[in-house]
Design a protein around this ligand. Sequence first.
Ligand SMILES: [Mg+2]
Length: 232
Amino acid sequence: MLMKRLIFFDIDGTLTRTQNGYLPFNEAVFKTFGINGDIRSVIPDGNTDPRIVEDIFAQASVTLAIDEGQWAEFSLNLRDCYSNAVQQGSTAIRALPGAAALLRQLSEEEKFICSVVTGNLESMATVKLQTAGLSSYLCRGAYGSDSPRRPDLPLIAKQRCEQLSQESIALNQCIIVGDTPRDLEAARQNHMKCVLVGTGRYPVEELMYAEPDRCLADLCDTAEVMKALATL
Ligand SMILES: [Mg+2]
């Protein structure tokens, strides 16, 4: 039987780029918690949405315990604010160069199952992937709404994909594709492999210091990325 490979893509900086995403994010924070926080005052890269909100609160010197109900409300507000901002054109979400072509190619090979491991709340991830035209290629993975700790996410995503494909997949057949050292950390803590791309905030030179299994400038060379994902 063909040995399957699970590829877990990060979203922001790896598959997509958002312009002016701070507008709907800040709006959702204000709508839900009544706080004039600013996501631009924290470093969101590689972090989960729940931790980003906590960082924003800390920057604004606000102490507030957030309960489950408020997180659910925030998730809906975030989805609505982003959808509206995209429709109005104040925020743009685009697939990064090569991402769509790569996902299409991967979907045509039986060997690969593609999914996501992202710090975005699931509602947010759905808006981003649909807007960027990538959602049809990706199985349900794991999200910031599953756990604020990113290293918790890969195994949750793996279980969901295994349930869907009705087969178990070895950890050494799982590869995380991301754009920050936090993606690599999540991969290592779960004994998975990791490819990092220099399309986020971190230049390739800096990512190489972290020693991922492979480092790429971007996802543009479909054949090169496919080869890495097939042979690592
Ligand atoms: Mg990222």
